[in-house]
Design a protein around this ligand. Structure first.
Ligand code: G1P
Length: 294
């Protein structure tokens, strides 16, 4: 019987140090891109890809994430009383969207450990991982493209994109070989992977982007994974161990990825997403044209 991806894990336990001071008392996942918290983009992508259960890995100080996906009773009553029906629908829609389960990572031991924390909630089935910092703007949601690959290969799939030059050292980097068949040119079989290598040690220019479809066997390998880059348990290293047991693919997805966890990336994402908005795009474009960009 074919395995189906129903669950999506969204790690949101990190400290957000790249975004201080904004993240001193507020989770970085709750910073708004235009008018929506970063994490909501991830949740909506998971749903659009066909997942019906979302598991968010949190930590201390992340309460507002839970509040965001919960019913805001007082706010809804107030909007109702004032007849603001469109806003009421918008606000209610968020809590109605999906059932979210939360699990807490007690110590920030790394992304691999965060994913392992979701083991019991995921159980023995394939699952998706979406890193909320990576916001992917795509006609067909990135995760949906990947699940299509999974449905055919029944193997783990990692999203990848070319990253040039020194910047590659901020990513997991893949050593791959091409595949034939339906996804030829976009699908590669991973031979090896390394987390945040120096440019000279990078096996290629193919960087891991924060979308994964993983088989449950990865929980076993993650539980055996030692601390790696940055003194943390890395998801990349856990999947590298999985390579010894199973095939793992890399998929060059279609779409534009924004690194919303980085100040400059966040600014770029804000501008690009705002320009695409029906309600804001035109006046925003006109405003940008008035700027003297030297
Ligand atoms: C994580 C992963 C890395 C991946 C990156 C994509 O790193 O560990 O392999 O390339 O996400 O955004 P982080 O950005 O959390 O340091």
């Amino acid at each position: 019987m074919k395995m189906k991806v129903r669950k999506a894990v969204i790690p949101a336990a990190g400290m957000g140090t790249r975004f201080l001071p904004a993240t001193k008392a507020q989770p970085k996942e709750m910073l708004a891109l235009v008018d929506k918290p970063i994490i909501q983009y991830g949740v909506e992508e998971a749903l659009a890809a066909g997942c019906d259960q979302v598991i968010i890995v949190t930590s201390r100080g992340k309460q507002s994430i839970e509040d965001h996906f919960d019913v805001s009773y007082e706010l809804e009553k107030m909007l109702e009383a004032r007849g603001k029906i469109d806003l009421l629908r918008l606000v209610h829609g968020i809590s109605d969207m999906v059932h979210v389960a939360y699990v807490r990572q007690k110590e920030t031991l790394g992304l691999g450990d965060a994913v392992l924390t979701a083991r019991e909630l995921v159980g023995d089935e394939p699952f998706a991982v979406l890193l909320p910092d990576d916001v992917v703007d795509a006609q067909i949601p990135c995760l949906k493209q990947m699940i299509e690959v999974f449905d055919e290969t029944q193997s783990s799939v990692i999203a990848t994109q070319i990253v040039e030059g020194e910047a590659i050292s901020a990513y997991g980097v893949l050593d791959v070989k091409p595949t034939d068949g339906r996804f030829k040119g976009k699908l590669f079989e991973i031979q090896n992977m390394v987390e945040k290598p120096a440019l000279k040690d990078a096996p290629s220019d193919l960087a891991i982007i924060g979308r994964y479809v993983l088989t449950p066997a990865v929980f076993e390998t993650l539980s055996q994974t030692q601390k790696g880059s940055g003194g943390e348990v890395q998801l990349t290293d856990g999947i590298k161990l999985l390579l010894k047991k199973e095939r793992v693919y890399a998929y060059v997805f279609e779409g534009k990825r924004h690194d919303a966890g980085d100040k400059l990336g966040f600014l770029k994402a804000t501008v690009e997403l705002a320009l695409k908005r029906k309600d804001l795009g035109e006046p925003f474009r006109l405003y940008l044209k008035t700027l003297d960009l030297g």
